[in-house]
Design a protein around this ligand. Structure first.
Ligand SMILES: C[S@@+](CC[C@H](N)C(=O)[O-])C[C@H]1O[C@@H](n2cnc3c(N)ncnc32)[C@H](O)[C@@H]1O
Length: 266
């Protein structure tokens, strides 16, 4: 028994050394393979890395996208941009969780709106365009995804999301969870003003619907993030058309997400 125990300790020590070495190699390469994603891992503050590592299990986002959510909260706080925080397509709630944590930290208490079916991506909304990757119609990645996952695609119940977000201790009265397809819940239930809008529903039709009603609510210098621009053709087509005549600054966040800063009304 004693021999087994000491052998266990030796193996445990070896495992820890290997983990440390792996972290060093990942740091050198600036790449994190641990989550199965091939992600850039730039020199962000260690506390941000710690925070997002903790919440990776409730996210579909890359690390850099999650950090960019934290950075938007810092930006709207520092620049005193009025308006609520909105995400359409929350899945397990990583965006409202990160926003709540950072708003609490900065004492900038904003209303946070989380729109979702809370039943997954509605298969009846999937169009032919949604079936393809945005940059290359020959890549069937998105189609395979859709067919394999169908109704189970990003399904998380409202009660689970509420639980995840409320664990942050953000005041209940500042949290709105709007259940249903955005085509049915918007514009009946929307804020007057938005400082940060995030769209992450994977499909073109609901993205267009949300934009048609929420873009006007986004204040000047407010930020819009589109998670799916690089992955889904349906979403990319909607964004390209919608912003063709708008005064905005658009920048890339990672292989799919983009950030858009509103510079003028309209
Ligand atoms: C990719 S997941 C969102 C991921 C999440 N933002 C994250 O970072 O982990 C897509 C979400 O969009 C929701 N969704 C898709 N179509 C929708 C619609 N028409 N109305 C409301 N929610 C929708 C799905 O239920 C799903 O939770």
């Amino acid at each position: 028994m004693t021999v087994l125990h000491s052998r266990y300790n030796v193996l445990k020590e070896e495992q820890n050394q290997l983990k440390t070495r792996l972290n060093e190699i990942q740091g050198t390469l600036d790449i994190n393979y641990m989550t199965g994603h091939r992600l850039m891992w730039p020199a962000w503050p260690p506390n941000d890395k710690k925070l997002i590592s903790k919440y990776k299990t409730i996210s579909t986002q890359s690390y850099i996208r999650m950090i960019s959510v934290l950075n938007v909260i810092r930006y709207i706080t520092k620049n005193k941009i009025n308006g609520d925080i909105v995400e359409c397509g929350v899945y397990k709630g990583i965006t409202p969780v990160l926003c709540a944590i950072e708003c609490l930290k900065l004492n900038n208490m904003k209303h946070i709106w989380s729109y979702d079916t809370y039943e997954g991506v509605p298969s009846e909304d999937i169009t032919e365009e949604d079936m393809y990757e945005a940059d290359d119609g020959s890549n069937k990645h998105a189609k395979t995804w859709l067919e394999e996952r169908n109704n189970e695609w990003c399904k998380c119940s409202l009660s689970q999301v509420e639980k995840n977000v409320k664990k942050t201790n953000y005041p209940d009265e500042l949290l709105y969870f709007i259940k249903g397809k955005v085509q049915d819940t918007i514009p009946a239930h929307i804020p007057d003003q938005i400082s940060f809008l995030r769209l992450d529903m994977d499909l073109g039709e609901p993205t267009k619907h949300a934009l048609n009603f929420l873009w006007d609510k986004l204040n000047i210098n407010g930020v819009l993030q589109i998670d799916d621009y690089g992955f889904f053709k349906g979403v990319r087509n909607v964004i390209d058309e919608f912003f063709s005549d708008k005064h905005v600054y658009i920048h890339g966040i990672d292989m799919t997400a983009i950030g858009i800063i509103k510079l003028k009304k309209g």
